[in-house]
Design a protein. Structure first.
Length: 477
């Protein structure tokens, strides 16, 4: 007899493992292989091993001081943890997916090394406060590493800015030539942007630097622990004051990803300019062979792939922020296994930012700038029109709105004649505004335009040189 189409297919049996050593007596059978696959995080959270071991050492030492753990047992635990750290660092440690995560892998290995004493380490703590502590420690280290990388990058930018404090280039609005500026001034704009990124990351570091350890699963513990001592031992400013918040909070991870996303956007904006500037149509910059690639078909091509990849990776970083926000938005207090999804976005963003910063620093440091092309372009597009309007206000004492209108008419005349403002005859200018005299030509050159911008934050070469010196003092010392 044939099976009817509407009959359900026989369900494939799922392999089941033995009783879980993690859950102990609560369960008669262990998880299925599928459950192990979705539940295990060891493939990515093994990166937390240094932080996990540091947290365990601090916790064990506190238990000894509080006489919850004997000195002898404490010494065995410390020695065992030292051995595990060496094994993992050397690559000889064998990770077991069935043990789920880095915490249980370390605890299991500790049990193999020192016996049942290892089981005393988990007194007065839960994996909930343990993982929260580990991730805070890891993010703190990541912030410190990114800060060093950004500082090095700023040093490259400040060097370029100082070298090109007087190198004239067009400044753009709407990607249209607007007013002449200097290359040094342009580079210092990015120094400021990345300086704010460093500040945001430091703010994040300050807020995350509170210790969840000792909060237990969610309600604290009945043991007489000293949370301040573990916090101090791990470099935290203080313990978190609410045990529920301590295990459920992932604000610090979101804030890290948010600050990282804005940093990624800044890197992407700079990368976009590199892509534009390196094109023959701009011709402002030549990227070194180290950060360029060719074409498999077109032998003449020099592609700015490094900059394009940085530009592309900003989307990946922003996606990581969005991913964690979506995970967290529907979670009730306190801990849910959904939170296991917090680590991969954090790890990926830290890795991606570190690589992108290093590549951009190398790219800018090795780049060659076409200063002649930049200066030539700085005079195209009537970029000194504002200088003419300012002259009318300053010398002819004409209100700016009227001066703006007069200048616009002169631009239209020059555009129709196919010449620059400085190439208009004085009589042509006076036909629009009789008060214009020979002195007006003193403000129409790009060198004079740039030199006149002496207001605070302006592009005058003297300003740029002073700003580079100040930036070096603010950001590099």
């Amino acid at each position: 007899m044939t099976k009817k189409a509407s009959e359900p297919k026989a369900r494939k049996k799922v392999k089941r493992t033995g009783t879980s050593s993690i859950w102990g007596g609560r369960f008669n059978a262990g998880p299925s292989s599928l459950m192990e696959a979705i539940n295990a995080s060891i493939d990515f959270d093994k990166r937390l091993y240094l932080q996990d071991i540091a947290g365990s050492k601090a916790h064990a030492q506190m238990l000894v001081v509080q006489k919850i753990l004997s000195v002898s047992d404490g010494n065995k635990i410390q020695a065992g943890l030292d051995t595990i750290e060496k094994e993992i660092s050397s690559g000889t440690f064998e990770f077991d997916t069935s043990l789920e995560d880095i915490h249980m892998n370390i605890e299991n290995r500790l049990s193999q090394l020192i016996g049942e004493v290892a089981g005393r380490l988990h007194t007065a703590r839960s994996r909930n406060d343990q993982v929260a502590t580990d991730l805070r420690l890891w993010v703190r280290d990541a912030i410190d590493n990114i800060d060093v990388a950004l500082k090095d990058f700023q040093q490259v930018l400040i060097y370029v800015a100082d070298e090109h404090a007087a190198s004239i280039m067009p400044g753009f609005t709407h990607l249209q030539a607007a007013q002449p500026v200097t290359l040094g001034h342009h580079m210092l704009a990015y120094v400021e942007m990345f300086g704010r990124d460093r500040g945001r990351l430091q703010d994040c570091r300050t807020r995350l630097n509170e210790c969840p350890l000792g909060a237990g699963a969610l309600a604290g513990t009945s043991f007489a622990i000293d949370r301040q001592s573990t916090a101090s031992a791990l470099g935290f400013t203080k313990p978190m004051v609410n045990s529920l918040d301590a295990v459920s909070d992932r604000d610090f991870a979101v804030e890290f990803l948010a600050a990282g996303s804005l940093l990624g956007v800044h890197l992407s904006r700079m990368a976009e300019e590199v892509v534009l500037w390196s094109s023959p149509q701009f011709g402002y910059i030549k990227i070194s062979d180290q950060f360029s690639s060719g074409s498999s078909m077109m032998p003449q091509k020099r592609n700015p792939d490094a900059a394009e990849l940085i530009r592309g990776k900003s989307g990946r970083i922003i996606g990581s922020l969005n991913s964690l926000l979506v995970v967290l938005k529907g979670l009730p207090m306190t801990y849910g296994k959904d939170m296991q999804e917090d680590k991969e976005p954090v790890f990926d963003v830290a890795d991606t930012l570190g690589l992108c910063i290093a590549v951009m620093a190398g790219l800018v440091g090795e780049a060659e700038f076409n200063l002649e092309r930049m200066k030539a372009d700085s005079g195209r597009g009537f970029t000194t029109a504002t200088d003419l309007a300012d002259w009318l206000v300053r010398v002819a004492e004409i209100p700016f709105r009227e001066a703006h209108n007069i200048t616009g008419k002169l631009v239209k005349i020059a555009e129709n004649k196919g010449c620059d403002l400085a190439e208009l005859e004085l009589s042509q200018m006076q036909s629009v505004e009789a008060s214009i005299n020979e002195d007006v030509y003193s403000v129409l050159g790009v060198e004079n335009s740039v030199a006149s911008r002496t207001s605070t934050g302006g592009t005058a070469p003297a300003n740029v040189a002073a700003a580079a010196k100040a930036a070096r003092k603010r950001f590099l010392i």
